[in-house]
Design a protein around this ligand. Structure first.
Ligand code: ADP
Length: 455
């Protein structure tokens, strides 16, 4: 696709591009008419000339409103994927910085990158983090937010790129956005993404089941019926957990019962320590603990805020949340060489932990997802340096990187067995570990590399 072909060139200067966002509308299910509205946006890209000749106004900004996990990010990626244009993403929470002027300069570089690589979709998650009504926020933080917001307005009001760069923003709080943002010519199209209906839930379950070894005659309707009120992210999670359960039982096919059990455990995604089976909680705890332990040894990855195995709305599985959350879009904001390698190593930690704790033949799908992320990151890393490489060469080079990072993860985790065990026990006992406690445990138990004195 066009996006794929352009990525090599763009990545060299790119901080915000997500080169692996190869999502199509067929990956997004259960949204009925909303998909049609977004197909129109794709049309603006693919038939820009036609719209201009007719004198139709091409939208600058689209606001996707809805609760976490309903598919806003996925839809934005699909618009870019279908139009074959580049995709740039950032979370507005990353605009709100401690240092004055940093937010505004991030907005500028985001848009300058997008313009250089137009046509493009710019995706801004959590728009309300920067677009809150001005004046509501007191103190210097508020002032910084104003300068960032003003810069964003300037960029939206645009320049040559108009019609070539469309911004899609997501928020769950359209009600608190600064009115300047939703004026004509800015985010003047608002699309509500509701939670899926019964039919929608069935379709979403089916889309996610496609990549899993499902048995014959699965009763998706039954699963749809007991998952009322859940968002797409939770439904995707149910399918994952069901597949994991089948695998752990040594079965080759996922059954309706696996899905029903996973759905019951999901329970509206409310935080509750006891809704997951012990087995699943242990798998997740080892995954999160190994990643966090590994990250403690990586200068670019260490700013862990919270790790948890408690399911929350919109969160998949357990999670380790980093301060700037570089993993949210599947790419690293900082592309220093070491940062990239650290990112890959952290993603390989769950697989290495599987091998060390459970034996080499125990493959959890949870770890496979991380390995996928690592492999993609390794490929982007290789391509970033040499956009002209052939795919086979990229794969060979990426594989070498994966292997050396994996070796590093194995070596480090072996050395830190008791540290990881402490993290696992704490997670199983309490569900979550917040930063202060994590730092304390690092201090007490971690055996870091020499170059790292303290986290
Ligand atoms: P949001 O941006 O609204 O918080 P995301 O787009 O990040 O939600 O959704 C998280 C994940 O949940 C997606 O990557 C996808 O796996 C799944 N998901 C959510 N909504 C849908 C949907 N309508 N169809 C298929 N998968 C979905």
């Amino acid at each position: 696709s066009g996006a794929k072909m352009r990525q090599g060139r763009a990545l060299r200067s790119g901080k915000y591009m997500d080169p692996e966002a190869d999502v199509k509308f067929s990956d997004v299910a259960g949204l009925g008419n909303i998909r049609v509205e977004l197909e129109e946006i794709v049309d603006f890209f693919t038939h820009a000339e036609k719209f201009r000749r007719r004198g139709s106004r091409i939208p600058t900004g689209i606001l996707l409103c809805g609760e976490p996990g309903v598919g806003k990010t996925l839809l934005a990626k699909a618009v870019a994927g279908e139009a074959g244009v580049n995709f740039f993403a950032i979370s507005a929470s990353q605009f709100v910085e401690i240092y004055v002027g940093v937010g505004a300069s991030r907005v500028r570089s985001l848009y300058s990158e997008a313009n250089q690589n137009a046509p493009a979709v710019v995706f801004i998650d959590e728009l309300d983090a920067v677009g809150r009504t001005r004046g509501l926020t007191a103190g210097s933080g508020g002032q910084e937010r104003d300068s960032t917001l003003n810069q964003l307005l300037t960029c939206l009001d645009g320049f040559e790129g108009k019609g070539q760069v469309i911004t899609i923003a997501a928020t769950n709080r359209p009600d608190i956005l600064d009115p300047a943002l939703v004026r004509p010519g800015r985010f003047d199209r608002k699309i509500y993404i509701p939670k899926p209906s019964l039919q929608g839930r069935i379709e979403i379950l089916q889309v996610h089941a496609k990549s899993k070894p499902m048995g014959e005659g699965i009763d998706y309707r039954a699963v749809g019926q007991i998952t009322a009120g859940m968002a797409g992210a939770q439904l995707a999670h149910i399918v994952d957990v069901a597949a994991l359960a089948a695998l752990r039982d040594g079965r080759t096919e996922v059954t309706t019962d696996d899905l029903l059990e996973a759905a019951q455990n999901e329970e509206g995604g409310q935080p509750d320590l006891h809704i997951r089976s012990d087995r699943v909680r242990r798998i997740l705890a080892l995954q999160e603990a190994s990643m966090a332990a590994m990250a403690a040894n990586c200068p670019d990855m260490e700013d862990i805020q919270l790790m948890s195995i408690v399911p929350r709305m919109g969160e998949e599985k357990g999670f380790v949340r980093f301060k700037a959350d570089p993993l949210k879009f599947g790419y690293l904001e900082s592309i220093s060489r070491q940062g990239f390698l650290d990112h890959i190593t952290v993603q390989l930690a769950p697989r290495a932990a599987d091998e060390l704790w459970n034996g080499a033949d125990q493959i959890s799908t949870v770890a496979s997802d991380n390995v996928d992320i690592a492999r993609k990151a390794a490929r982007s890393f290789v391509r970033a340096g040499h956009s002209d490489r052939k795919d086979e060469d990229v794969d060979v080079e990426a594989q070498k990187i994966l292997e050396s990072c994996y070796a590093r993860a194995l070596e480090y985790l072996e050395r830190n067995r008791s540290f990881v065990n402490v993290l696992v026990d704490r997670l199983l006992e309490k569900g979550s570990i917040w930063r202060p406690e994590f730092l304390q445990l690092v201090e007490q138990y971690a055996v870091l590399d020499k170059r790292r004195s303290s986290p």
